[in-house]
Design a binder for this molecule. Structure first.
Ligand SMILES: Cc1cc2nc3c(=O)[nH]c(=O)nc-3n(C[C@H](O)[C@H](O)[C@H](O)COP(=O)(O)OP(=O)(O)OC[C@H]3O[C@@H](n4cnc5c(N)ncnc54)[C@H](O)[C@@H]3O)c2cc1C
Length: 478
């Protein structure tokens, strides 16, 4: 990438100030600080400015200027990404392009079951506006109070309801995008069917800001379910959890919205660091599954279905114990246990995180084989295994041995652990990133595991759309 000379950089910033207002061009270190480090504080970058346009025209103006002055842009939404994708490098040459001021819901079309919203609208706001219109926007994740729709699209976020509703890609019908040259592509079409050539929309989804800037989207809405019922089931192994998933799908079909696996060590960590979140069973069990049904009929219908399912699972010896939430508060308490696992893990100390996906049928074998490989290489390492079993997506994290120094553990073992885990993922024809993207965290690993043909095609797309490599350079592709 060609870099801007200091004189052209100041000319660029002056032109940006003219285009979007000087108060929306942040250059003071104090003002830019929240934008140049990632959520996990793993990456600390620097930026020549943080640019905050208010609308699509403002984004187009800024991108055009960046193109003319050869300044690289790092798009950013809520900055909750977990792969360092929204963090600029340390050179101070790049500018962060914040989309947060593009925060309008442009239209809700109840009959078409769509919402058209700008990239900077916070996910919780999209959900709330859909609910006001009597509809459900089903994308849901723990960062929903601060992540943005544009960030969700650019990372193709997953979350807790993928099993039923799909990930962000499946929820999107149309996009508005500013190209790396500053042109606006208006693809805001709320169509379920459109077979007119290459699918540009899908190209920009999950591209992590490397191909253009998403400024607005048409998203699918769904009917609000009449009731949601949550349960916890205790099981003896991950293999049993897989059989239980098949049984649950047979009984509940598309009503099954969530199916989350939590190993006993995850439950112990939550108990240790958040004792107010009560362990729900009398005895310990190797695995706990959280299930949720979203029922279009009634709560009674959902409960009756759950009862039949649990009876069958107990009869078949799949489930060792089960508890169905009696109230909304209890249901929330169950979800709190699940959501507190990453927090409990953080309290326990630094750890090596993996966000992997394998075919659902391979999960039991993957866990067995990889656990054994890690135990051989790093005796005493503690596995924190949890995640969206119904989507074949596990957070397969590794904690230092009890009493060990987490910092030293990370420095000495991270590379080895990554290799063991990703080699195993590769053997099972899985992916090294099921939810969080590649960002800058996994660029090297992606280059290691993707085939030469796949990488060549990806580089060809990048070169065709962004030949100057000004859109989020260094992310996704090296
Ligand atoms: C507590 C917590 C829980 C989480 N749980 C989940 C989960 O369950 N599932 C999941 O998938 N993720 C999860 N995440 C990760 C994160 O929330 C998602 O990746 C989210 O979609 C990022 O949105 P954001 O607005 O914060 O994007 P950012 O972090 O700002 O950006 C992410 C990437 O998208 C690019 N980008 C952002 N906006 C645009 C735009 N408008 N146009 C082009 N590129 C853009 C950035 O350059 C960057 O590469 C979690 C994060 C946290 C902190």
């Amino acid at each position: 990438m060609s870099q801007a000379r200091p004189d052209t950089r100041s000319a660029f910033l002056a032109a940006c100030a003219e285009a979007i207002g000087a108060q929306h061009v942040l250059t003071d270190a104090h003002d830019t600080a929240p934008y140049v480090a990632d959520w996990r504080k793993r990456y600390q970058g620097a930026a020549c400015a943080v640019l905050c346009p208010a609308d699509t025209a403002g984004v187009a103006a800024v991108v055009k200027l960046a193109h003319a002055h050869r300044v690289a842009l790092v798009p950013q939404g809520g900055n909750t990404g977990l792969a360092g994708g929204a963090t600029p490098d340390a050179s101070g040459e790049q500018a962060v392009l914040s989309l947060r001021r593009l925060n309008r819901v442009r239209e809700i079309d109840a009959h078409n079951n769509t919402i058209t919203a700008e990239a900077g609208v916070i996910l919780a706001e999209v959900q709330a506006r859909a609910a006001d219109a009597g509809r459900l926007f089903p994308l849901s994740l723990a960062a929903e109070g601060s992540c943005t729709l544009g960030g969700n699209l650019s990372t193709n976020a997953g979350g807790t309801a993928v099993l039923r509703y799909g990930n962000t890609r499946e929820l999107c019908l149309g996009l508005e995008v500013v190209t790396p040259q500053g042109e606006v592509w208006d693809g805001l079409r709320g169509l379920r069917k459109d077979n007119t050539g290459y699918d540009l929309r899908d190209l920009f989804i999950g591209a992590e800001g490397t191909l253009g800037v998403i400024t607005a989207a048409v998203m699918k809405l769904h009917p609000q379910p009449a009731a949601r019922v949550t349960a916890l089931a205790a099981l003896g192994s991950a293999h049993a959890a897989l059989d239980f998933l098949a049984l649950a799908q047979r009984y509940a079909g598309p009503l099954l919205t969530g199916f989350e696996l939590m190993s006993d060590f995850c439950m112990q960590l939550v108990g240790r660091h958040f004792p107010q979140l009560r362990y729900p069973f009398q005895t310990r069990h190797a695995q706990v599954v959280l299930l949720e049904l979203s029922d279009n009929e009634s709560e009674e219908h959902a409960r009756a279905l759950f009862e039949r399912l649990m009876e069958a699972a107990l009869d078949e010896g799949l489930v060792e114990d089960a508890v169905v939430a009696e109230s909304l508060a209890q249901s929330q308490a169950f979800w709190h246990i699940r959501e507190h696992i990453p927090l409990a893990q953080a309290q326990e100390g630094l750890n090596v995180k993996h966000d992997i996906g394998v075919p659902i049928s391979r999960i039991g074998h993957f866990i067995e084989e990889t656990d054994a490989g890690i135990a051989r290489a790093v005796p005493g390492a503690r596995m924190v295994t949890f995640g969206h079993l119904g989507d074949g997506n596990l957070h397969y994290n590794v904690q230092a041995p009890e009493g060990g120094d987490p910092k030293r553990f990370l420095a000495e073992n991270e590379k080895t652990l990554n290799r063991i885990v990703y080699d195993s993922v590769h053997r099972h024809r899985g992916t090294i990133s099921a939810e969080h993207g590649l960002g800058q965290l996994k660029v090297e690993e992606a280059a290691h595991y993707k085939s030469a043909v796949e990488l060549k095609l990806m580089h060809a797309i990048k070169a065709a759309l962004d030949p100057l490599n000004l859109m989020n350079p260094g992310k996704v592709l090296r």
